[in-house]
Design a protein around this ligand. Sequence first.
Ligand SMILES: NC(=O)c1ccc[n+]([C@@H]2O[C@H](COP(=O)([O-])OP(=O)(O)OC[C@H]3O[C@@H](n4cnc5c(N)ncnc54)[C@H](O)[C@@H]3O)[C@@H](O)[C@H]2O)c1
Length: 294
Amino acid sequence: MSNEYYEGKTAVITGGASGVGRSLAFGLGRAGANVVIGDVDASAMESMAKDLSSEGISNRIERCDVTDKASLQSLLDASLETFGKVDLVFANAGIGAGEAGPIWGFSEKDWQWCFNVNLWGAVNSISVFMPYLITRPERTHIIITGSGNGAYTVLPDVPIYTATKAAVHTITENLHYQVQMGGLPVVVSALFPGPHVVETGLFNSGRVRPEEFDKGVTGNETGINSVEDMKRMAEEFGFDLKTTHPDEVAEMALAGIPDGNFWLLAHTEESMAKVQRRADMIINKTTPVPESVG
Ligand SMILES: NC(=O)c1ccc[n+]([C@@H]2O[C@H](COP(=O)([O-])OP(=O)(O)OC[C@H]3O[C@@H](n4cnc5c(N)ncnc54)[C@H](O)[C@@H]3O)[C@@H](O)[C@H]2O)c1
């Protein structure tokens, strides 16, 4: 199957005003889908609306905070009001809390914000959209953005983020099993942006950090506030950080969805070796050693 699959379909994308979500929106729109974006970043949403419309992509952009179930319900209602149906839901919104140092020293505000958006955002999206998707006579899709960091490897750099994504993956896999066991016409997919660090705003999530989770620090405690910062730091440690453009992630995802693939994942030799080492370590009960980004 090809991108013709998306012609006339309606796709809802949370966190769709930037990065991976933005690329998904353009990929889907160019393939003839209507796109509905839910996000909290007002200025990114404004440019998104302009950019989509200037390409003639039919769209609706709504403020939607995925930590609030009622806000997601309004996003579903708005989608139905404008386009009459929803065929694909991308539960994609996510943030990095910017934690650094020992786990026992992390601010509770980092834990709360990151779990609220990454974990509760996915849970709320499932709770609001699944009851609708299972009533549709045609096949529908829910695509949940996880991360290899958490799902199949544990990088030591951002423990809170990793923990949220481990939980998100478990929930996604369980949702897939429940749908399969129930014979429901919904395809569940796990999207892994990559294979390298993706050039998005994730390292600058502080721009949408709500006041209630303010911890009195400007920027990330790691000192890394962009992919460029990461590249510079990698250089200092003597290696070249490879990156992936979000359009490549969208292309990979949109190629796998029509075939009903669960894993929307681009592996490299290095990432497969990480999975292998982890499996070997568990089977052989060897003491874990940290893996590195890249
Ligand atoms: N960038 C990477 O290397 C990478 C790797 C693996 C997974 N991911 C995942 O990809 C997804 C997309 O992130 P990205 O990398 O494109 O980052 P991004 O910052 O460019 O995009 C994330 C979007 O989510 C929005 N958002 C944040 N909080 C929200 C909330 N409460 N409600 C609604 N929207 C909210 C932001 O405003 C932003 O538009 C995330 O789930 C992230 O964890 C990214």
